[in-house]
Design a protein around this ligand. Structure first.
Ligand code: ADP
Length: 444
């Protein structure tokens, strides 16, 4: 787009520059999550299990030893620093490693140990002496495939003769090549091409088929059908596993089409709540005024780290420059950055290198930075029809009840936006107190 709109100061900005970051790129978000993840996500819910055969006994394990893994695989797991199975792994691993193999559909939010679980299953079923593809894992993007491959390489560090190959666009294989690597990770289109057109992979020899990130997969045009075409060519004794972070009806329908006779494992997500957040608002005239209020708050209370949300990229940039000029150490996270750049900014923030992170909507979805003590809505989140965007509000300032620390949230409100704030207050049935930015003593 090339529409230009004059700014108040007469300068020109492309509309692009002022775009709200409201397009959610599921694959990019998922990658970002993986890049910044350092440990397991905790959950207070119980794992729900639906067995294909309800009369068969249900095993769960509390240690990796109980799984009777190959020595070299167990070594790899411990070398990664895993002490015991995660919550879903306790239930999922015995099913995934059972004889005869069982199919599985598993859903839990990202960070709960799904990837580690299926990588373990692939590595434990692979025969290092047989030099042809035996495990096939489908991923939605090139980058996500690489991430999974890295986990295979780390966990399989001591499985010396097991190798990974990537079936992704750009990985050119000369005609007549025989693939001797046992684990193939790739995107549906390229895998399909390698199987049917180029005959590089013999699907009848695949023992474990993994469909990862099913929710992202079905969001991509053509991937569901391509995945199903691949699955149809697998032998009936092949183990089929599907993973998803979310489970809308569409994911479920796809999962049931592609995985025959599955066991199902679900771990509900921790709900966000505003209960342990003290919320305030400051009435302001304009953007400058909001900035002044922000500075007062900043000067008035001891702040660990803060995240400041703006509605548009332009506002976020403006605020970043203002704060920098006033000598604050801030970083800006916005939609035009690559995922890697975003991950590195978030990492630096997590490491405490900057105390303030300024960001637009979508970028910060799902990023949990535990040490953040205050969240500022420099602009209230609104949707296209200028109504409050309740969900985003909750995502920005909400914490999980059990694990979340107490937090402070400040809303900078122009007078004409006050009705929006009141709607938010009513919606969540919570109290948002007005604050005089000159008098910070009001904050208990
Ligand atoms: P998911 O696929 O559900 O997003 P991952 O398998 O990527 O989850 O695991 C999330 C993080 O937790 C990763 O950093 C991974 O190395 C780590 N992890 C996975 N399983 C365990 C475990 N049993 N013990 C400790 N850390 C684990």
């Amino acid at each position: 787009r090339s529409t230009t709109v004059p700014n108040i100061d007469g300068s020109l900005n492309t509309e692009e520059d002022d775009e709200e970051d409201d397009v959610v790129d599921l694959a990019a978000n998922s990658l970002l999550n993986k890049l910044i993840r350092q440990s397991l996500v905790e959950s207070s819910h119980r794992v729900e299990v639906l067995q294909k055969d309800p009369s068969s006994p249900l095993y769960s394990v509390k240690t990796f030893e109980e799984l009777r893994l190959k020595e070299e695989l167990l070594k790899g797991i411990y070398a990664m620093g895993f002490n015991r199975p995660s919550k879903i792994q306790e239930m999922a691993l015995p099913m995934m490693l059972a004889h005869p193999p069982q199919n599985l559909i598993a859903q839990s939010q990202s960070g709960t140990g799904k990837t580690a679980a299926f990588v373990l299953a692939m590595l434990s079923r692979v025969n290092a002496l047989e030099l042809f593809p035996q495990c096939l894992c489908l991923a939605p993007t090139y980058e996500l495939a690489l991430q999974t491959g890295r986990v295979v390489e780390r966990m399989g560090k001591f499985c010396v003769d097991v190798e990974v190959m990537y079936a992704i666009r750009g990985n050119r294989i000369p005609r007549g090549t025989e693939i001797t690597k046992q684990i193939i990770i790739g995107t549906p289109g390229t895998v399909l091409d390698w199987c049917f057109k180029r005959k590089l992979i013999d699907l009848t020899k695949i023992r474990v088929f993994v469909l990862d990130e099913a929710d992202v997969m079905i969001d991509t045009q053509g991937f569901s059908d391509q995945s199903i075409r691949i699955q149809r060519a697998l032998p009936s004794e092949c183990q089929m596993l599907l993973f998803s972070a979310t489970f809308e009806d569409s994911v479920w329908q796809f999962a049931e089409r592609i995985i025959p006779d599955p066991n199902v494992i679900k771990l509900r997500k921790e709900e966000l709540t505003l209960n342990n957040i003290r919320q305030y608002y400051v009435l302001c005239e304009n953007r400058k005024d909001k900035y002044q209020a922000l500075c007062n708050i900043y000067g008035g209370i001891t702040i660990g780290q803060a995240i400041i949300f703006c509605q548009t990229r332009r506002n976020a940039k403006w605020l970043t420059v203002e704060m920098m000029q006033d000598g604050h150490q801030v970083s800006l996270l916005s939609g035009e950055l690559t995922v890697e750049q975003r991950a590195s900014i978030i990492q630096r923030f997590r490491d405490g290198k900057e105390k303030v992170l300024i960001t637009t909507n979508v970028c910060a979805r799902g990023i949990d930075v535990k040490q953040v003590t205050i969240v500022v809505n420099f602009d209230l989140p609104v949707n296209q029809s200028e109504e409050p965007d309740y969900e985003t509000y909750l995502h920005r300032i909400g914490r999980t009840g059990r694990f979340g620390k107490k937090g402070l949230a400040f809303n900078m409100i122009e007078v004409d936006k006050l009705p929006l704030l009141m709607k938010i207050q009513d919606h969540f049935n919570s109290n948002i107190k007005q604050l005089d930015p000159e008098d910070m003593d009001e904050i208990e």
